[in-house]
Design a protein around this ligand. Structure first.
Ligand code: SF4
Length: 326
């Protein structure tokens, strides 16, 4: 892989809750807590975790749809969370996002042609003929074509709508796309078509993705590396390559053991209890109340994310360098 396209350093997002009583201490939901990672140019970095773990908030901060509480985000060598609105408008065409539900992100009153043309108008493409050519070329890139120009979103299937959602992200010729749960609402057969389309577009157009999903199977299929989030923290980053050691953190292993696999003899690793309330996170390792291998230290001291092998980092007291759990 080449140099980093995206670099995230101690990125944090805390949401203040409204006070319900006058003298009450303000409470914060700690959605994302000091996460650091980088994404190489041309890489697909998967982000996985249970609902509410902070993965979508992370994706939205990377394309400046959500403002961070603190931390830094670099795109190439520019700190994008310090750019002015004008500087960001110029850069926005290079940083795009595809959402989970294309129905809610596509205006039902507008034709597909206009939905794809509008961003070009906003970004100063004044020649209508040029805009039309770019829109048709983009529709073809996502497996649709010029006959979709005059259709409305309600006339399309779920898979076709998601192809239009991807086209809307592609039309400005971006370099980096956040793909947020974009296949979760689709049937399995349509899911695999969209995943393969995303892989093909990455190769053809030299794209880089942050691919977000709660489904580890899907994330593993499409990604080069995977970051695992738990309660707003990155607990593991591992290489998907088969020659690598594979996931080591107890939480990642539990996620893996929950994937149905008829060929595997692996035992299901059941987690105790529910995800803790993000308003009152446990002391020490936030995973300790549910961790099947927790030791005394885990409830007192939080581990840090440490590199244990090339392209592999884990946040767990039990894992020292080269000393894997399995
Ligand atoms: Fe489990 Fe302790 Fe490792 Fe946290 S630090 S994952 S509680 S063993």
């Amino acid at each position: 892989m080449s140099k980093a396209l995206i670099q995230v350093d101690t990125l944090t997002k805390h949401y203040a809750l409204p006070k319900t009583k006058l003298l009450e201490k303000r409470q914060f939901v700690r959605a994302v807590n000091e996460i650091s990672f980088e994404i190489s140019e041309g890489e697909i970095f998967g982000l996985v975790g249970e609902s509410g773990c902070g993965k979508s908030t992370t994706g939205q901060m990377l394309v400046k749809l959500v403002k961070e509480s603190h931390g830094s985000i670099y795109y190439r060598d520019r700190q994008i969370n310090r750019l002015s609105a004008i500087e960001m408008k110029e850069l926005r065409r290079e940083l795009q996002i595809v959402f989970q539900d294309p129905s809610s992100s596509l205006n039902p009153k507008k034709t597909i042609g206009w939905l794809l043309e509008e961003p070009l108008v906003i970004h100063g493409y004044t020649n209508k003929l040029t805009r039309r050519e770019i829109v048709i070329e983009t529709l073809e890139q996502v497996g649709l074509g010029a006959d979709y120009l005059k259709r409305y979103p309600h006339e399309l299937s779920g898979g076709q709508k998601q192809r239009v959602g991807i086209a809307a992200a592609l039309v400005l010729k971006p370099k980096f796309i956040v793909i947020d749960e974009a296949v979760s609402a689709l049937d399995v057969s349509v899911q695999s078509q969209i995943l393969n389309l995303l892989l093909e577009l990455r190769s053809k157009l030299g794209l880089t993705y942050l691919f977000i999903s709660h489904d580890l199977n899907v994330v593993q299929y499409i990604s080069d590396r995977v970051g695992v989030m738990y309660l707003g923290r990155l607990v593991e980053i591992f290489d998907v390559d088969e020659s690598a050691k594979g996931p080591q953190h107890p939480y990642t292993k539990a996620l893996f053991s929950a994937i149905p696999d008829v060929k595997s003899t692996r035992e299901r690793m059941l987690l105790k209890g529910d995800v803790p309330n993000p308003l009152s996170l446990p002391d020490g390792c936030p995973f300790h109340p549910r961790c099947p291998v927790a030791i005394d230290k885990c409830s007192k001291e939080g581990p840090t994310l440490r590199t244990i092998a090339p392209r592999h980092a884990v946040s767990c007291h039990l894992i020292e360098e080269g000393d894997f759990l399995s």
